[in-house]
Structure formats: structure tokens, C-alpha cells
Design a protein around this ligand. Structure first.
Ligand code: FES
Length: 291
């Protein structure tokens, strides 16, 4: 009498234990089948395509055993007219290895999230055409930044430097009426126009040798942001002085050695080095004393 109840319970337990196990196995099997299908589709597309492109992608995952050693993985992707590096990376991730990790969002050079080191130069992947590159196309994370995983770097230091120049409009002279505009002259708008194009991608900072050697250097992006507001006629003299104190500090504008690497890689064509030199001249002027 005493044995029958536990036996039934054990059977029931075994059944409930095995059900999720079975479901998991089925789900894994399904996943494997889907991955094999994707690979097959990729192979067929490569065969059908007139051409394919060869990517060499940097891989590193500190959290997975066996993947902690940095390495390069090869991917062959069917070429399509107008294909960008980002398109090729997405194809590789979607068809070959879903663990391939990289940032992207807008796909139209606006969000700044997919700046990477492509064939030895900092570029926005969504703006870089595959036809313009020599193969194999080598894709690496931005240099001089800590790699989190594969092509993803830690941007915190870059954001801290941007934050340190107070990258927002500040003025005491707010207009009277509730809906009054704070007007800016056409000439002034024209002057700061290029500086406003920054998308915070970090390509300039990553290309700068000075920033690589001096962790406290504000860097071209932050100085350009400060330029935008320093040159804005609506902020007033007090604020200009305050901004200049930030810019002329030990790790500010005077660190720049006019190497132009930031200007060369900027995907928005901002004349970064020129802006830094202009601020150096402003720094000299603000310290001149006339007796
Ligand atoms: Fe937004 Fe490239 S994905 S800039």
C-alpha cells in the first residue's frame, strides 16, 4: 500500500521533469536546423551571385571559454550593388554566426554607432561602400578603446570627455515672451554650421595619437563641441570666459599637435583641426593684456 503512491508520484515527477527537457532539445534542434538553412541559403546566394566579398573580422569574447584569445574570422558574403561594410557584417551575422557582435542603428550616417577600423582607417560602416575597399576587407574595433566584445568598444571615456566641456547651450538672457525665439544671425549660424554636424561616433578620438598617449586630453570631438558653443553669439561673454577656462587647461587645446588625423577620418567632414587652431588663437587673445 505504501509503495503505490510514491511510485505514481515518481512517475509523474519524471514526466514533468522530462517535458521541459524534451522541449529544450526540440528547440535546440530547431535552432540548429534554422542555422543550417541559413548557411545553405548563403551558399546558394554566393553561387548565384556574380561576385562575393571576403571579410576578415576581429573576434574576441572575454566571457566565453575558448573565445578569449583575439582572432580573425573569415566570412564570404554575396556581393550586391551598393553594399556597405555594415550590410556585409549584417549578412555574416544573420547567415553564418549570430554571435558576431557590433553596434549599428540608423544605417544612414546619423547615429554614429557603427564607427569601426576598416582596412586600417576609422570609418562609419554604413557609409563605406564595399567596392571602394581592397579585399580581404579587415574589420576591427576602434583602436585605443577597450574592447567589450568582437567589434564593440567601451565608449564611456569618450562620453566623459564630451560631458566635461558642458556640451549644451547656456545663456542668462532668455527672451521675454513664452514662445519668443532666441535669434541667431545668419553669419553666426554659418560659422558654427560644420561643428554642429558631429554625431559622437568617436572616430576622431580613436585616430588621435595625442589622445592615445594622454588619457585626460579632451580630444577633437569634445573640443569641437566646445567650439560650437564658444562661437555661438547667443551665449554671452561670461559663458565664453567659462568655456575658455575649460579649453585652455593643461589637457585642452594646447595638446593638439596639428596632425590632422581627426580631420581626415571624420565621416561628417568637420574641419576639426582648424577649429582647434582657431580656439588656440582665441585662447591667446583672451589672455592678452593691454596697458
Ligand atoms: Fe548609424 Fe552608421 S548605423 S551611423
Amino acid at each position: 500500500m505504501s509503495t503505490q503512491v510514491p511510485e505514481t508520484e515518481t512517475e509523474a515527477e519524471a514526466e514533468t521533469e522530462s517535458k521541459p527537457h524534451q522541449e529544450r532539445r526540440l528547440a535546440e534542434k530547431e535552432k540548429r536546423r534554422e542555422a543550417a538553412d541559413r548557411e545553405r541559403v548563403a551558399r546558394e546566394e554566393i553561387e548565384a551571385a556574380d561576385d562575393s566579398v571576403h571579410l576578415k573580422v576581429f573576434r574576441y569574447d572575454p566571457e566565453v571559454e575558448g573565445k578569449q584569445e583575439p582572432r580573425f574570422d573569415d566570412f564570404h558574403v554575396p556581393f550586391k550593388k551598393g553594399m556597405t561594410v555594415l550590410d556585409a557584417l549584417m549578412y555574416a551575422r544573420d547567415h553564418y554566426d549570430s554571435s558576431l557582435t557590433f553596434r549599428h542603428s540608423c544605417r544612414q550616417a546619423i547615429c554614429g554607432s557603427d564607427a569601426m577600423f576598416v582596412n586600417g582607417s576609422q570609418r562609419l560602416c554604413c557609409k563605406t561602400q564595399m567596392v571602394d575597399l581592397e579585399e580581404p576587407v579587415r574589420v576591427e574595433p576602434l583602436p585605443h578603446q577597450e574592447v567589450v566584445k568582437d567589434l564593440v568598444v567601451d565608449m564611456q571615456h569618450f562620453y566623459d570627455q564630451m560631458e566635461s566641456v558642458e556640451p549644451y547651450f547656456q545663456t542668462n538672457e532668455t527672451p521675454d515672451g513664452e514662445l519668443e525665439e532666441q535669434r541667431q544671425s545668419r553669419e553666426n549660424r554659418e560659422k558654427i554650421k560644420m561643428s554642429t554636424r558631429c554625431i559622437w561616433c568617436g572616430a576622431c578620438m580613436s585616430s588621435c595619437n595625442i589622445a592615445a598617449g594622454d588619457n585626460q586630453y579632451l580630444g577633437p570631438a569634445a573640443i569641437n563641441k566646445a567650439y560650437q558653443f564658444y562661437m555661438d553669439e547667443r551665449e554671452g561673454e561670461d559663458m565664453q570666459e567659462h568655456r575658455m577656462r575649460i579649453l585652455e587647461q593643461e589637457h585642452g587645446v594646447w595638446r593638439c599637435q596639428t596632425q590632422f588625423s581627426c580631420t581626415e577620418v571624420c565621416p561628417k567632414d568637420i574641419p576639426l583641426t582648424e577649429h582647434i587652431q582657431e580656439l588656440k588663437r582665441e585662447a591667446v587673445k583672451s589672455n592678452l593684456k593691454f596697458w
